[in-house]
Design a protein around this ligand. Structure first.
Ligand code: PEP
Ligand code: MN
Length: 357
């Protein structure tokens, strides 16, 4: 798969997609455009049909909002985008002349809808941005991108908007940065945009999330901006005014380079990287030794007809390693997931010895 950019921008610049969660009126959209003009956004975003979690909430202004977007496109000479969730939406957007479409998180989870949208776009060259699915499933995200690509669409970007969860988090949707990083490893040419508003869920975390996205070399940002966030008909908690966006988010961002021509820096980095590569090799070799021990245990347990999983031993390993983690200044979360991964592999080794002698 060789996707093409949705946005042609110079290498050292970032894509900026701004606009309200929902298109509420022509005046609201025009106020956003006027107030953000100096930021030169690449695209105005606004939801026309809103997928809401619970019935009874504002579900978008529908077709009349499409007309406002097209008027805005003419009046401000800006490209416009909106969310599509089925064939009917696509047909209406194509007819109206919307420049870019996006597929929302609640749609990416459903291959039937994704296919329907992709089929409705066959034969067009409309750029599509695909948000990650609600659940942290890399392959659903990748699969959705593949469905558009197979339908002949090449201009595809990915939007990372975080993942739903049950429980407590400081964010509305947990970022799980490793998933977009892995998507980018599989599709190096895809443009990756961080929807910082849906990840943070409130203005307090916007800058911090945007900075992480910049440091991870994302291609751009999507931010929900509203002239009067408290009065917004959807997502009022997370939208910010254009002035807030400028002062507290964009102006605070530290832009870092991806490479340097400084000889001393490059030498130092390659020295440290050699050391890291050596340590990684050692880790693999130690893990291989660790698994040989698991094989040996598997044989002993088989001979003695003892079950593989021993809860007390597992509890003892976890608490001992968490204490070690603390002493070594390693985070408890990291050591717990590492220990868990080693334990699963170890069980698989023992099980192979037990069941395939
Ligand atoms: C939105 O962008 O307003 C939206 C509904 O997004 P998501 O699909 O990420 O929830
Ligand atoms: Mn929204």
């Amino acid at each position: 798969m060789q996707t093409k950019p949705v946005f042609e921008i110079p290498k050292d610049q970032k894509i900026l997609i701004l606009g309200p969660c929902s298109a509420e009126s022509y005046e609201q959209l025009s106020s956003v455009c006027t107030q953000t003009m100096d930021l030169k956004p690449d695209l105005l975003r606004a939801g026309v049909w809103k997928p809401r979690t619970r019935p009874g909430s504002f579900e978008g202004k529908g077709e009349e909002a499409l007309e406002w977007l097209i008027q805005i496109k003419k009046d401000f000479n800006i490209k416009v985008c909106t969310e599509v969730a089925n064939q009917d939406h696509v047909e209406k957007c194509l007819k109206a002349g919307i420049d870019v479409l996006w597929v929302g998180a609640r749609t990416t989870v459903n291959p039937f809808y994704v296919q329907e949208i992709a089929d409705a776009l066959k034969g067009t060259n409309v750029p599509v941005m695909i948000k990650n699915p609600l659940n942290p499933d890399l392959f659903l995200w990748l699969g959705a991108i593949e469905r558009f690509y197979k339908a002949g669409l090449e201009r595809i970007a990915a939007i990372h908007r975080g993942f739903s969860f049950y429980g407590n988090s400081i964010y509305r949707n947990v970022p799980r940065w490793q998933i977009p990083i892995e998507l980018k490893r599989k599709l190096p040419e895809i443009q990756m945009i961080a929807d910082v508003s849906h990840i943070s869920g409130n203005p307090a975390h916007l800058q911090e999330i945007a900075q992480i996205a910049m440091d991870l070399n994302y291609d751009g940002l999507m931010v929900e901006v509203h002239p009067d966030p408290l009065q917004a008909l959807s997502d009022s908690d997370q939208q910010v005014t254009p002035a807030f966006l400028k002062k507290f988010v964009l102006d605070q961002l530290i832009k870092r380079k991806t490479q340097s021509s400084n000889y001393l820096y490059n030498n130092k980095i390659s020295e440290i990287r050699k050391e890291i590569d050596y340590i990684d090799k050692e880790i693999i070799s130690l893990l291989a030794k660790r698994m040989q021990m698991a094989d040996a245990i598997g044989i002993e347990k088989r001979n003695e007809e003892i079950s593989i999983f021993q809860p007390e031993r597992w509890a003892e390993i976890v608490s001992r390693l968490l204490v070690e983690a603390e002493k070594s200044n390693l985070s408890q979360e990291f050591i717990f997931s590492l220990t868990e991964a080693i334990h699963i592999e170890s069980i698989q080794h023992q099980s192979a010895k037990m069941n395939n002698p």
